[in-house]
Design a protein around this ligand. Structure first.
Ligand SMILES: CC(C)(COP(=O)(O)OP(=O)(O)OC[C@H]1O[C@@H](n2cnc3c(N)ncnc32)[C@H](O)[C@@H]1OP(=O)(O)O)[C@@H](O)C(=O)NCCC(=O)NCCS
Length: 175
């Protein structure tokens, strides 16, 4: 059984989140420190950490940035440090995003992935994501992305889809 746990990131987690970004993404694909600081404080974004045991300590193994749109929850990025990969941390983060989307009444979870990275897109397909758009030159000229979507049963409230923006305090209560 996976011993990975998920917690909401605080502004003080910026160094850990920035270190994951640096080690997991090529320079051309990294979010800047400033962008990450914004993600940690914005009411329309949230950052989540995967915590794993290592040498008797709990360590930050991975991070996920979410953008909260009215109807959809977008996984903006998800990354796990190389030494923690293959132990379910990435799966825990993506499943966490899916359950958060359900709890907050979103009708879908969306993400972008490198079209050439078939291992990655197949991994997302395993959660039920389907490609619905090709984004040409998304990363750089000739480097296309696919936009993938997992449709969820919309939560209906008074006949309308309930997908209101939620802030960090609400997110914490949902954990
Ligand atoms: C994608 C990623 C988050 C998965 O994290 P993880 O903790 O290893 O995931 P899990 O342990 O839950 O699942 C392991 C699976 O990841 C899958 N995977 C997804 N993308 C992969 C990739 N580019 N290379 C290798 N495996 C990948 C494999 O199918 C692997 O299955 P296996 O264990 O049978 O080989 C991690 O590989 C990563 O950080 N990659 C770099 C950053 C990135 O590309 N993020 C996604 C786009 S924002």
């Amino acid at each position: 059984m996976s011993t990975v746990t998920i917690r909401s990131a605080e502004p003080s987690d910026l160094p850990a989140v920035a270190a994951i970004e640096t080690r997991c993404f090529h320079a051309s694909r990294r979010s800047s420190r400033r962008a990450l600081r914004h993600s940690l404080s914005s009411p329309s974004q949230s950052v989540w950490l995967a915590i794993s045991p290592s040498d008797g300590r709990r360590r930050v193994a991975g991070a996920m940035v979410l953008h909260h749109h009215r109807l959809a929850l977008r996984i903006y990025s998800v990354a796990v440090l190389p030494e923690f990969r293959g132990n379910g941390a990435g799966r825990r983060l993506v499943n966490y995003a899916i359950s958060l989307a359900r709890k907050t009444g979103r009708s879908s979870v969306t993400l972008e992935a490198d079209r050439r990275d078939r291992v990655l897109t197949a991994w997302y397909e395993g959660f039920g994501f389907e490609t619905y758009r090709i984004l040409r030159d998304y990363y750089s000229p000739g480097r296309h992305a696919v936009r993938m979507r997992l449709s969820l049963k919309p939560a209906l409230k008074g006949g309308r889809v309930c997908g209101c923006p939620i802030g960090h305090s609400t997110l914490r209560k949902l954990k």
